[in-house]
Design a protein around this ligand. Structure first.
Ligand SMILES: CC(C)(COP(=O)(O)OP(=O)(O)OC[C@H]1O[C@@H](n2cnc3c(N)ncnc32)[C@H](O)[C@@H]1OP(=O)(O)O)[C@@H](O)C(=O)NCCC(=O)NCCS
Length: 155
């Protein structure tokens, strides 16, 4: 595992349940935030805060008792921000092969003790896949400008 990636595996517990008997969406969002947060802090080497969570999509439910895997990967850095792609997958204990259940992009900002943004080391993609992921992050940033403009009157 490289220093811009983190992967976390565990078994979903009965306390993670929603009213439908599956894993609660809020719990999945907590796992996403925690794993991406660790990925961002590792990269920045400092305390970070979440500034944006975007495009979260729950493709499939996760059953209680399944193995859950959360993969977080740094795909873009600005001056103080880090864009992390997160995939959540799950599988029954006895089966092989994970099924993707959730994907999202989450953005963190490195901050100092007073909460002021501070610069982060630049991420330089090497492989073709890493370059594609960086382009993906940049395109989403452009799309977000329109979304934020649309939302502005309601904030
Ligand atoms: C995150 C925070 C420190 C940024 O402060 P700010 O005064 O807006 O700082 P800046 O305008 O300099 O922006 C800092 C970075 O955030 C990025 N940013 C701001 N809004 C963003 C958004 N909607 N989406 C993605 N990135 C965003 C900026 O692009 C900038 O990144 P860059 O330096 O790489 O270009 C401030 O908004 C904050 O404290 N928010 C609350 C954080 C929080 O409580 N999170 C939940 C618990 S951890």
């Amino acid at each position: 595992m490289k220093d811009h990636q983190i992967s976390f595996q565990f078994i979903s517990e009965p306390s993670d349940v929603n009213f439908g008997g599956k894993v609660h969406g809020g719990m999945v969002m907590k796992w996403i935030d925690q794993t991406a947060y660790a990925c961002a802090c590792n990269w920045a080497g400092s305390y970070c805060v979440t500034v944006y969570v975007g495009g979260i999509r729950f493709y499939r439910p996760i059953q209680i008792g399944q193995i859950v895997r959360v993969d977080a990967e740094l795909i873009y850095t600005g001056r103080t921000s880090m864009h992390i792609a997160v995939d959540v997958s799950s599988k029954a204990v006895a089966l092989s092969g994970f099924t993707k259940t959730t994907h999202c992009i989450i953005v963190f900002v490195a901050v100092d003790d007073s909460g002021k943004p501070v610069p982060v080391p630049a991420w330089v993609p090497q492989s073709e896949r890493e370059k594609l992921m960086q382009q993906y992050a940049k395109r989403l940033m452009e799309l977000r400008k329109d979304i934020e403009q649309e939302m502005a009157p309601f904030i």
